[in-house]
Design a protein around this ligand. Structure first.
Ligand code: AMP
Length: 196
């Protein structure tokens, strides 16, 4: 655990393909906190083959957002689990200011809050270039789905980013650098007390 925190609640924001999930996994390992990825949770729902899974699959394949009730339900249930009491790294959620407000409300009820919100910044050109270089493609990596995911990100992103900026929680990070460099910047921001 990093100095100064009794629990370490982190949020990782960034466009699709910005390395969010790689960085979240590194943080989870370093601070021994669970990596909560809504993308992974939703893909698990699809694999279960339930009716809800089919609905989720349709949205994912199109690159659209899954409905709020389903996503927030999954996240809130997960945050309530025992292994989240020492902290968590939430990745892929929130994706809108509305989801951010729901998250804050729930954490406040538990007497908790978010310590840091990292925003991985990457241009659309760089995202498309990274996507073209990927060897293995998921169904939601098809070109139209990627374009739609970017469109959704640009539609919902500004209000979401503003939400955290206004609260003084946002830490923008240049996501175009290598994995290790990005991870070092994030680690330093966590381990440097606010105001120093
Ligand atoms: P990701 O793996 O985080 O890029 O998410 C893959 C897909 O899951 C997204 O394109 C959305 O369709 C869906 N998804 C993930 N997180 C959320 C969320 N917080 N709200 C709505 N849909 C989501």
């Amino acid at each position: 655990m990093s100095p100064g925190f009794s629990s370490l609640n982190l949020v990782l924001l960034g466009p699709p393909g910005s390395g969010r999930s790689t960085q979240a996994a590194l943080l989870a390992e370093r601070y021994r906190i669970p990596h909560i990825s809504t993308g992974d949770m939703l893909r698990d729902e699809i694999n279960k083959g339930t009716t809800r899974g089919l609905e989720v699959e349709e949205a994912l394949n199109k690159g659209e957002l899954v409905n709020n009730t389903v996503v927030t339900g999954l996240v809130l249930q997960r945050l309530d689990a025992e292994d989240c009491t020492r902290g968590f790294v939430l990745e892929g959620f929130p994706r809108s200011a509305e989801q951010a407000a729901v998250l804050d409300g729930v954490l406040a009820e538990l007497g908790r809050g978010i310590e840091r919100v990292f925003l991985l910044e990457l241009s659309d050109d760089e995202i498309v270039r990274r996507h073209d270089n990927r060897q293995v493609r998921r169904e939601d990596d098809r070109e139209e789905a990627v374009r739609e995911r970017l469109r959704v990100y640009h539609a919902e992103g500004p209000a979401l980013i503003d939400y955290y900026r206004k609260r003084g929680q946002l830490v923008p990070v240049n996501g175009s650098r290598g994995v290790d460099e990005v991870s070092d910047v994030i680690r330093q921001a966590i381990e440097t007390p606010v105001g120093v």
